[in-house]
Design a protein around this ligand. Structure first.
Ligand code: BTN
Length: 255
């Protein structure tokens, strides 16, 4: 698919990539540009120093200035129903894991719903913010933080980086240019309606899939085995008490 695309469909993702020295949050910045009608589909806003990065569950995303990739991609997936928004998570996670494996030799996995892990440490986080028009998604802001050259993280974070794993420093700008080449083909698969392909590869890359592990839900610990993801993006976990589906904030992995 990459070969065909490189001949017939030039990239629109990362055209342009706009770099800024200092931004509070690239997702917030992208939202303002969308509101003002200034964000073309595929545009990327990247910050060298993102000083108020936003994470999932209202967390902050810490990134040492100049050391990591912190950026947001704007897409207009108006072909996608809001009910299918989890497929955007799949697209992004598959792009990051393939990029890390193929470009940097890093065996990354997806911790549901959209954290990227190497063994038991997080190397990248994703915050996708969608706006709707009717039943469909009009704009998607795909915010990605990828730890690249940072080697010291706050206590208790269980974080890692490309440098900690490979021992190599990487220049940020060429790395981001390369990453968008991985993101776009996955996005085009979604646009082409290749849901099964995306789902199967997401599952293949899922951390702890089909493996008994310890989880916490409703204040109690239990042993469970991930069976898959339901159409709403909920995690399906089998345990001695039966098979249950969990939303984002309803289950915690005991890593
Ligand atoms: C997470 O909590 O794992 C999600 C982290 C997402 C961080 C990225 S960095 C670029 C973009 N801008 C933000 O403010 N957050 C996302």
């Amino acid at each position: 698919m990459r070969l065909i695309c490189s001949i017939v469909c030039p990239l629109f993702t990362g055209k342009p990539i706009k770099w800024y020295n200092r931004l509070d949050s690239t997702n917030r910045f992208a939202a303002v540009h969308i509101k003002n009608g200034q964000a073309t589909p595929g545009i990327v806003y990247a910050a060298k120093n993102q000083y108020e990065g936003r994470g999932q569950r209202d967390n902050v995303w810490e990134a040492e200035p100049g050391q990591n990739l912190t950026f947001s991609v704007v897409y207009e997936p108006d072909f996608l129903a809001a009910t299918g928004q989890f497929y955007l998570n799949m697209v992004v996670c598959l792009a990051i894991t393939r990029f890390l494996k193929q470009e940097l030799g890093i065996p990354a996995k997806v911790k549901w719903p959209n954290d990227i892990y190497v063994e038991y440490d997080k190397i990248a986080g994703v915050l996708i913010e969608n706006s709707l028009r009717g039943q469909n998604i009009s704009h998607s802001i795909i915010g990605i933080g990828l730890n690249v050259n940072q080697v010291v993280f706050s206590d208790g974070l269980n974080a890692t980086s490309v440098k900690l794993i490979t021992g190599q420093e990487n220049e940020l700008e060429p790395l981001l240019e390369k990453f968008v080449e991985y993101l776009e083909p996955e996005y085009l698969l979604l646009k082409a309606g290749r849901f099964t392909d995306l789902y199967e590869r997401y599952i293949e890359n899922l951390l702890f899939y089909n493996t008994e592990r310890l989880y916490s839900a409703n204040g109690s610990l239990f042993k469970g085995t991930i069976q898959g993801i339901n159409p709403d993006g909920k995690l399906v976990v089998a345990s001695p008490n039966g098979t249950k589906e969990f939303g984002f904030k309803e289950i915690e992995f005991m890593i």
